[in-house]
Design a protein around this ligand. Structure first.
Ligand code: HEM
Length: 416
């Protein structure tokens, strides 16, 4: 559907437009009285084509996120949803579930993100960041994504899960294939080809982590896989299939998001030199605000969907069971009703109630504190050892209506 004055969020060409143009279009949508419906093309065999109401205002994203009974995450928060057989074979992802199934799984996997687990991970993250900067210095600066941003999150997730070193190469390969699949739907042929490789990659990952889980039942260690497959005091543990799908979910949810925040982040600190100077004048005082502002400004997840279960009035629109709404986080994070001068990157913005980690509600990002910890340690290591580090030129972006992905970003750490 083409909205006056002429754009269509359901058309991928919209997401190719320069950021300023997209932001201006979303601002026009926010100014409209009612949420606008966008029809989607039917893609044979992919079960999409339902169309969606674009939820572009901050207050509406918050209202919907808080009301999971009406706005369900089932069958999926992405479009198109994974086919039924994928769910049967691989098990379901927590992000695509409603309570009580969601609450039970979230209770178990929350062990991964307890303050104690995160504190225990601190040294691992520090060591990973040191190795990354050692390598950057040895190799010289080429691509910030490949050399820095893409390396850290996956290493941290493998450390967390206790994945042995000899299996990590395999994990990296499979993640590359899986992440290439998310987001873009260019042609049916290409999508189906990518889907086939993706399924194969998921199979391999699942087999690997289930095998590891069985070993940890026999010989528990101090890692997360052991904690997830062995019953804790409440007698709850993950089944084989749940462990496999949780690992796959971590690799997708925790990888691209943190990576893209860092990749966009180095550029934001380069093109806003006064903000960079402020950060470096007292890193520890300003890094918290810097990370929140990066997540707001970048909005690494562009949108997640919800599925309407019962009639609901939203600003003059009567939503019906079966309708879909798209929570447009990037737009909500630039809502002028909530953020003064929203296009300005301001690390002192207080308060900063962005919805980059999701709206308030049962699905709020489980990994938010882990992401904050990773980004903080990585930038501290970078700015301490390479104080002149800067991005160079424009990033190469991946076309996606789902995540705000940077494929590559040139950088330098020489003076000048
Ligand atoms: C800057 C980095 C990150 C951003 C912007 C981000 C964003 C999000 C968003 C928007 C959601 C909400 C989904 C919904 O409401 O349907 C979410 C959920 C989730 N995230 Fe993150 N995420 C980040 C990092 C991470 C990391 C590092 C991990 C783990 C390693 C992680 C794990 C999860 C999980 C498990 C959920 C599902 C929670 C549930 O459904 O109960 N995320 N994330």
């Amino acid at each position: 559907m083409v909205v006056e004055p002429g754009f269509d969020l359901a058309d991928l060409t919209f997401w190719k437009k320069p950021l300023d143009e997209r932001n201006a279009a979303l601002a026009r949508l926010r100014a409209m009285e009612r949420p606008v419906y966008f029809a989607e093309p039917k893609v044979p065999m992919l079960r999409s084509g339902k169309g969606f109401y674009a939820i572009v205002r901050h207050a509406d994203v918050v209202e919907i996120s808080r009301n999971p009974k009406v706005f369900s995450s089932e069958p999926a928060v992405t479009s198109p949803p994974p086919p039924g057989w994928v769910k049967n074979v691989f098990g379901e992802s927590i992000v695509n579930m409603d309570d009580p199934r969601h609450a039970r799984l979230r209770r178990i996997v929350s062990r991964a993100f307890s303050p104690k687990m995160l504190a225990d991970l601190n040294d691992d993250i520090q060591r990973a960041c040191e190795r990354i900067v050692d390598d950057v210095i040895a190799e010289g600066p080429r691509d910030f994504v490949a050399q820095v941003a893409a390396r850290l999150p996956i290493t941290v997730i493998c450390d967390m899960m206790g994945i042995p070193q000899e299996l990590r190469e395999k994990v990296h390969r499979h993640v590359d294939i899986s992440t290439a699949y998310t987001g873009v739907r260019s042609s049916v042929g290409r999508t189906l080809r990518m889907a086939a490789s993706n399924v194969h990659a998921l199979f391999e990952l699942q087999r690997m982590v289930i095998k590891l889980g069985r070993e940890r039942v026999e010989n528990p260690r101090k890692d997360l896989v052991s904690a997830l497959v062995n019953a804790n005091v409440d007698g709850e543990k993950l089944t084989d299939k749940e462990l496999g799908s949780f690992f796959a979910m971590l690799l997708v949810a925790g990888n691209e998001t943190a990576r893209n925040t860092m990749a966009h982040g180095i550029r934001l600190l380069t093109v806003n030199p006064e903000q960079r100077e402020l950060l470096l004048s007292d890193f520890d005082a300003h890094i918290g605000g810097t990370i929140e502002e990066m997540v707001r400004y970048v909005s690494p997840i562009i949108q997640f969907r919800r599925n309407v279960t019962q009639e609901y009035e939203l600003r003059g629109v009567t939503l019906k069971p079966g309708d879909q709404v798209a929570l447009m986080y990037g737009s909500a994070n630039r809502d002028e009703e909530v953020f003064t001068d929203p296009d300005r990157f301001d690390i002192t913005r207080t308060p900063n109630p962005h919805v980059g980690f999701g709206g308030p509600g049962p699905h709020f990002c489980l990994g938010a504190n882990l992401a904050r910890q990773e980004i903080k340690i990585m930038f501290k290591e970078l700015f301490t050892r390479l104080p002149d580090i800067r991005s160079v030129g424009e990033p190469e972006l991946l076309l996606s209506n789902f995540d705000n992905s940077v494929r590559s970003q040139a950088f330098t750490f020489g003076e000048g």
